[in-house]
Design a protein around this ligand. Structure first.
Ligand SMILES: Cc1cn([C@H]2C[C@H](O)[C@@H](COP(=O)(O)OP(=O)(O)O[C@H]3O[C@@H](C)[C@H](O)[C@@H](O)[C@H]3O)O2)c(=O)[nH]c1=O
Length: 397
């Protein structure tokens, strides 16, 4: 009961469209709400098998289970675990709430309208996808009146103070700095993942992209690089782009495989939990990431990166990519900004030759590039992270 009890109960509903981004973002959100704001969170997920890839201890057969203090309920219809209206209800990325949940909201509203001592109906929010586009500022926080008479708010993550902010745990940058200050952490991590032969002077790149000819071009280039390049690839979609380099079919490749191609060594990794993936990003010299959540975590890793954006109809993703690149490059020397942007654009447009060319122009040891990667997270977070802004938003609504 929001008005009588300080303990808050929030529900988050998430459908897994494809890949891991939707569940990845909502799982981070749930963990931070629970850990930093002591909120009782119930996360409803329609595909626990996908979820298990990033939370290995999850049992996809269970209707309800608790991990990290968060109740995780299977979302099948009709719901097997009961939904009871709490203080806040978040639908992630415009997923359609079950009819029985909507009915509970209407009932809660009616009861409250008849008797104001009854619990208020939950604050209802739709969590949107992250975009750096300027229109986001105008739409963040807008309410939309539903036919039921209930209000639903649109919550837009973003990079400016007029948006909903970015997911980032309070201790994250401190933990990252401690990790990166000691080279042994990186080498120990590689060892614990079973990666052999990585020397401190080698270049290490993590790769979690979608399929693209640009990736093949980069790997072909790295084969002939002066220094050894280690490509760390969690088993998944991007391997399909490297078929012509692989000694066997993608299906036969398993986590733990190591493929040596002249000066390029490809290591196939198991997927780990999110905390393990963060550490991997902190430990590499360069990260190739995708979607929404790994994209943000690559920024928080304070290392240079390529963002392989999720493709949208009519090339709309290129507009989103451009909006982000403009922001990211604001304080970079123009020549460096141009080559970083050109690399990202070529990679996303599958321009293999241009991707190789722009990679060669980018010097990973370049000090301004590294300094920018370190300063950017501080500027981007803009004082207040998404979860703190969200809690405040709920208080004000
Ligand atoms: C490789 C790896 C990833 N992860 C996590 C990090 C992220 O939370 C998640 C991957 O999510 P993303 O980076 O967002 O990429 P994605 O491609 O998996 O998800 C995408 O899904 C689409 C449906 C959305 O529309 C996109 O915006 C995007 O979110 O997986 C691990 O926890 N361990 C791992 O080993």
């Amino acid at each position: 009961m929001a008005s009588q009890n300080t303990e808050q109960n929030w529900d988050i509903f998430c459908t897994v469209v494809d890949n891991y981004g939707d569940i990845g973002v909502t799982w981070r959100l749930a963990k931070q709400l629970a850990v930093e704001h002591k909120i009782n969170v119930t996360l409803w997920v329609d595909d626990l098998n996908s979820f298990q890839h990033i939370l290995p201890q999850l049992d996809p057969k269970l209707v309800t289970q608790t991990h990290f203090g968060i109740k995780i309920n299977q979302w099948s219809e009709p719901l097997k675990a009961g939904y009871y209206a709490g203080d806040v209800l978040i639908e992630a990325f415009a997923c359609e709430l079950p009819a029985q949940v909507k009915q509970q909201l209407i009932t809660a509203k009616q009861h409250y309208a008849e008797d104001a001592t009854q619990p208020k109906p939950p604050v209802w929010l739709n969590l949107e996808y992250l975009s750096a586009e300027s229109w986001v500022e105008g739409c963040h926080g807008l309410p939309s009146m539903q036919t039921s008479g209930l209000k639903k708010y649109f919550y837009f993550p973003g990079f400016t103070d007029k948006t909903g902010g970015l997911i980032c745990e309070k201790q994250l940058f401190g933990q990252r700095d401690v990790w990166q200050a000691d080279i042994n952490n990186r080498l120990n991590l590689f060892e614990s993942l079973g990666l052999q032969g990585i020397k401190a002077s080698d270049t290490v790149v993590s790769i979690f992209s979608y399929e693209t000819a640009s990736l093949l071009a980069l790997c072909q280039l790295w084969q002939h690089s002066e220094q050894t390049v280690h490509a760390l690839i969690p088993k998944g979609r991007c391997l399909n782009s490297l078929v012509e380099l692989l000694p066997c079919s993608v299906d036969e490749i398993s986590a733990g495989s190591q493929i040596k191609l002249n000066n390029l060594v490809i290591h196939i990794l198991p997927m780990t939990d999110q905390e393990g993936y963060d550490k991997l990003l902190w430990s590499c010299d360069f990260n190739i990431v995708r979607g929404e959540d790994s994209f943000l975590r690559a920024q928080w890793a304070a290392k240079p990166f390529i963002w392989h954006i999720y493709v949208q109809e009519d090339d709309y993703h290129l507009i989103k990519l451009d909006a982000f690149m403009q922001l990211y490059c604001n304080n970079l020397p123009p020549e460096l900004a141009n080559s970083w942007k050109a690399l990202n654009l070529a990679f996303n447009q599958e321009q293999a030759a241009e991707t190789s060319e722009h990679w060669q122009q980018l010097n990973l040891a370049d000090l301004p590039l590294q300094q920018h990667a370190k300063q950017w997270p501080i500027d981007a977070i803009n004082d207040v992270d998404l979860v703190s802004r969200l809690v405040q938003f709920v208080k004000n609504s």
